[in-house]
Design a protein around this ligand. Sequence first.
Ligand code: SF4
Length: 338
Amino acid sequence: MREKKMAREADLLLAWYGANGRELPWRVRGGAHPDPYAVWVSEIMLQQTTVKTVLDYFPRWMERFPTLKSLAESTLDDVLKQWQGLGYYARARKMHECARHVMTFCGGVFPRERAKLLKLPGIGPYTASSLCAFAFDLPETVVDGNVIRVLARYRGVTEAVDREKIYPLAAALTPPVSGADYASAIMDLGATVCRASSPLCGECPWRENCVARREGLQEKIPVLKKLEKKKKAGAVFVLENGEGELFIRRRPGRGLLAGLWELPWSDDGAFPFAAEWREMPQQVRHVFTHFDLELKFFRCESPFPGEFTSGGVFVPDDRLKEYAFSTLMKKVLKKLGR
Ligand code: SF4
């Protein structure tokens, strides 16, 4: 009986998807995507990024790196430049590493098994499930923010929820066939009908048994677990040589904004060396996942130590575009009129 009801829910959703699903360039209907590489690129881009933004970046990326092999053979600088503006640059670095790994150790082909996918660089539980569902049409349960909202409302979950909490509910509804279409369908339902505010319950294929609709709780559910964010007051340091060229340096290969270029900066306002620093009028705010940052600008008005500047390069304004900068640094350069 219970199985029958769940099969009906999946059937209702799949029928709705057949008529109303979104057309997206990284998606096909009716089965596995022919190119797991394209699925993987889109899934990594879609983490922490809106569909609208990815619609802009994805075609350009696929033109620049049309295959896993082309990505593996490119330089990290090329990859970071192509990623510029998407933020969370560790994703791009891991993609490059993963492409090289798959070319070297997996014969250039993504494995179909979730356990093997999880061993690849930068592939966590969510991406592994997405690849299984979208690239191989397997009955994997994929839970993103849309799915959390739909299922929390449908089942009437009034306490705080996150991916782990919703997963069992989602897994119980995932049908044994049509993995790709079902995963697309439930995401689309959340994106277009069971919207964050003013859900269109009258158009929903699950309206009949939805607890939130029955009890008028749509606007109260989901209750999301809150992330406490720190605020940091930092500083960015402007060093120019006699030709007016700007000092930039490359960040280490691991950690925040790894491998990108930057003006020296600190997230706690500490100065990099003793000198005559003049505060400038500019300020920049930037939001990272775990903290909000406000940067003040300081220009070095005295000779700077050679051992500091030997860790980077002085670049004239017209050549700054050749370097990969984070969104934070682009804001800084814009404030400096560079
Ligand atoms: S009936 Fe409304 S609240 Fe319930 S799942 Fe559908 S759109 Fe969401």
